[in-house]
Ligand binder design. Structure first.
Ligand code: ARG
Length: 452
């Protein structure tokens, strides 16, 4: 094989060493960007008079045909190539012969690998943002379909206060909005063109880096060659943004695993989205949600991997950095597949209104409303809290619902209670009382949907 180095060596590389150091299995995925980057580079070299125009044209048309093969998954890689950069260089050599040897002028694989990875990340960030947007749409559709459904909201996984299910869905949408924002912000730092930093210090040849950036659609050119070839912050940041998405998806999954559990049974998952048990014939398990929850582990692992790879590396490029791609690719694949399946999940999700009705019969859900009712009548919050607390305790020890306690008994806990207090023991009423900005009243939730 044609090595990109070799002049200095007397002996041929050991086959085990070659196998150990090769990254082709991983970085094959960068092939498209490697070709595009090289095309821009070759055009720039000719424009700046560094290589002859006719050689540049041959390089460019050779690369275009390789790019075509890559896109159709037809390119035959030399399996023993060290990495994708070498493999494409070799494929070009095979296609056009001697002019191929000029392509690597004024660049190194150190700036090339950063370029390819940045181009890949830019594209995948856009794809991921679109996938988050699709999930958000599917959640919003579910929220709208169930706009009047009220469910018990939890704190500490204990009944807290009734909320609109749509309000809960919009809480998830907020998380997804931040996820999209984080990805877009991260993209600003990905969108920096490193080529021309060469191995470490730039080049003595009169290249035009801005031209390459323009051709490849980058908004900035890196301003320090040493930083450019050694920086992997953008990868860590991207994996971090993806990890947060995975964490959010995991929490959302957990919520629906709980709501789906027989004890709650608030939702019904479509058969298509469930699996059975090989032993227990009655089972219909929410495995999709469990896997989405579990896959967050892959993301945190990826983040830790790259952070650890980078920790303590001296400037500038070190081969350790080749270990960034596996985790990056896994992180992207995992998040995209989780986003896709969650989008599908919400499309066919149904709520069990009968079961919800039963759960809303727990009138302690309205204790806070009773307390605020007393506050509106001029009772100090602490006193109101105490009075309602005593009502709840009385109900618990006498196995009564609040509505079953006669008014004179209620008044023994606080004389400000009057008969209208019983009207508060109603989910709809409770929800619509929460009309503060961002609250769960139908009016507030409608506004949130509109903004979303
Ligand atoms: N495969 C390498 C990587 O992913 C490319 C850069 C290799 N550079 C070098 N000088 N050996 O990091």
């Amino acid at each position: 094989m044609v090595k990109m180095w070799g002049g200095r060596f007397k002996k041929k590389p050991h086959s085990l060493m070659e196998k150990f150091t090769s990254s082709l299995d991983h970085d094959k995925r960068l092939a498209e960007f490697d070709c595009l980057g090289s095309i821009a580079h070759a055009e720039m070299l000719a424009k700046c008079g560094i290589i002859p125009r006719k050689d540049s044209s041959m390089i460019v048309s050779g690369l275009k045909s390789i790019l075509n093969d890559v896109r159709q998954d037809k390119l035959k890689y030399n399996k023993s190539a060290e990495d994708i950069h070498t493999a494409i260089q070799e494929a070009l050599y095979k296609k056009i012969g001697r002019p191929a040897a000029m392509l690597h002028t004024a660049r190194s694989r150190n700036d090339q690998v950063s370029l390819d990875t940045r181009m890949y990340c830019k594209k995948e960030i856009d794809v991921t943002v679109a996938a988050v947007k699709d999930l958000k749409k599917s959640m919003l559709a579910f929220a709208k379909k169930n706009i009047n459904v009220i469910v018990p909201g939890f704190t500490h996984l204990q009944n807290a206060q009734p909320v609109l299910l749509a309000h809960q869905m919009l809480a998830y949408c907020q998380m997804l909005d931040r996820d999209m924002e984080r990805l877009s912000d991260c993209k600003k730092r990905v969108d920096v063109m490193p080529l021309g930093s060469c191995a470490i210090s730039g080049t003595a040849l009169a290249i035009d880096r801005n031209l390459v950036a323009k051709k490849l659609g980058f908004s900035k050119v890196s301003s320090n060659s040493m930083d450019a070839v050694s920086d992997r912050d953008f990868i860590i940041e991207a994996i971090f943004a993806l990890s947060l998405i995975a964490m959010h998806l995991s929490r959302i999954s957990e919520d629906f695993i709980i709501l789906n559990s027989p004890a709650f049974g608030l939702i019904e998952i479509e058969d298509e989205m469930c699996t059975g048990s090989s032993m227990m014939p009655q089972k219909k398990n929410p495995d999709v949600l469990e896997l989405v929850r579990g896959k967050s582990g892959e993301l945190y692992g990826a983040l830790m991997s790259v952070l650890t790879v980078m920790k303590g590396l001296p400037l500038t490029y070190n081969r350790d950095m080749q270990e960034d791609k596996g985790p990056l690719f896994r992180a992207i694949d995992t998040v995209k597949s989780s986003l896709g399946i969650m989008e599908l999940f919400f499309k066919d999700l149904r709520v069990d209104k009968k079961k919800i009705e039963v759960l809303l019969r727990d009138e302690t859900l309205y204790a806070t409303d009773m307390m605020e009712y007393l506050v509106k009548k001029g009772v100090a919050l602490k006193e109101a809290h105490d009075s309602v607390g005593k009502v709840v305790r009385y109900c618990a020890s006498n196995k009564l619902n609040i509505s079953e306690v006669p008014l004179n008994k209620l008044r023994s806990f606080n004389s400000k209670f009057d008969k209208r207090v019983y009207d508060l023991l109603c989910a709809e009423r409770s929800v619509n009382l929460k009309d503060s900005l961002g609250g769960t009243s139908l009016k507030q939730v409608r506004r949130q949907i509109l903004n979303a």
